[in-house]
Design a protein around this ligand. Structure first.
Ligand code: MN
Length: 280
């Protein structure tokens, strides 16, 4: 399928209260767009007002999915039932494979100033839903950067750009996750495997994705093709480009658990009640 991908759907993020009272902008996991296989949820949190984020996400479970946190500003402190603990700062990211079960908390590490970032949920295939939990924590300085002479700047979180390989590897969805900054009057083209689901999320400025102009904040779902072409005729833009292999499996979803069947969700709830949820 040798053709550039075009925007086939434009999603306006909607305000949502999540966790213990965190105000964020949600583009996937809404009535408008419930699931973009394999992506289950996409949130953009960002505020200068600590009242919007200080309640954080106290201890909560996950099973059957991966949660991907990418922070632009502020601090997030996390700890979990496996004994992991750490702090994410500006530019850091964490790709957490919950697998069979993890309980963790994600709390703001400072309650002043600006906090901004993203959380993406990636579905796991049936055969990996009960896999061992795993973290890939990547500090900002270890995220490969492609700096082009024309001013285009790409942080390669996952995937490959001009021979630069992303920081996160060995993920079932074979993801691309790029943070792309373009000055005005630039062009950027990126290969994306045909058949893979792809989206862009514009969070600063505006740009043309194929023939469609997207201005902050917008999520654009891309149709099929082998690449995406972005141009900035007038203004700079900053966006995430995310793609992954769709699973094509049934999903049963209940809050932080995403399995294939209702019975598996009921099992997760029983495990939680019985104290057998966390996989050792
Ligand atoms: Mn979580």
């Amino acid at each position: 399928m040798a053709q550039a991908r075009s925007v086939v759907r434009i999603i306006d993020p909607i305000p949502v209260m999540e966790g213990a009272g965190v105000l964020l902008k949600r583009s996937i996991a809404t009535r408008t767009l419930d699931y973009l296989d394999p992506f289950l949820l996409f949130d953009h949190f960002g505020s200068d007002d600590p009242a919007d984020y200080r309640a954080g996400f106290p201890m909560h479970p996950h099973r059957g999915i991966e949660t991907v946190t990418y922070l632009l500003a502020g601090l997030v402190q996390h700890r979990d039932t496996l004994g992991n603990a750490g702090t994410l700062g500006a530019g850091d990211m964490q790709w957490m494979t919950a697998g069979g079960g993890i309980m963790h908390e994600e709390m703001p590490g400072a309650v002043e100033g600006k906090m901004e970032g993203f959380q993406l949920w990636v579905n796991l295939p049936a055969k990996l839903k009960m896999t061992q939990p795993r973290y890939q924590d990547v500090a900002a300085k270890n995220i490969p950067v492609l700096q082009r002479a024309d001013g285009v700047h790409v942080r390669v979180i996952a995937g490959m750009v001009d021979g630069v390989r992303g920081a996160v590897t060995e993920i079932y969805a074979d993801p691309v996750y790029l943070d792309v900054t373009m000055p005005a009057h630039a062009t950027f083209e990126q290969a994306i495997a045909p058949g893979h689901t792809a989206l862009v999320y514009v969070f600063e400025g505006e740009g043309d994705f194929g023939d469609t102009r997207l201005a902050n904040p917008k999520l654009g779902v891309l149709g099929d093709g082998d690449r995406v072409r972005v141009m900035t005729p007038a203004r700079p833009v900053r966006f995430l480009l995310i793609s992954g292999k769709p699973l094509g499996e049934p999903i049963a979803r209940y809050g932080p658990f995403v399995m294939n069947t209702r019975a598996e969700i009921e099992q997760a709830l029983r495990d939680l009640q019985n104290g057998t949820f966390v996989q050792k």
